[in-house]
Design a protein around this ligand. Structure first.
Ligand code: ZN
Length: 72
């Protein structure tokens, strides 16, 4: 998110000019991740949660099949 030090405000990436200037005060803003909106990186702990969830659900599925086997 682009940040303007002069105005003390966050700017929407599409309001920043092509030169990276604030629309209010025309100073160059800290562009932040304005240019990487298409390539957002997924944090590693997200995958940790995914792996844990898949493992848990997989185990519950095995348990369900074992329970089904006992009912027959
Ligand atoms: Zn500004």
């Amino acid at each position: 998110m682009p940040w303007c030090d002069s105005c003390d405000v966050y700017l929407a990436p599409n309001t920043v000019s092509d030169e990276g200037e604030c629309p209010r005060c025309d100073t160059v803003v800290d562009s932040g991740d304005a240019k990487t909106t298409t390539g957002e990186r997924i944090p590693w702990h997200f995958w940790l949660v995914v792996v844990a969830l898949v493992g848990y659900l997989g185990w519950r599925l095995i348990e369900a099949f074992m329970w089904l086997g006992q009912q027959l």
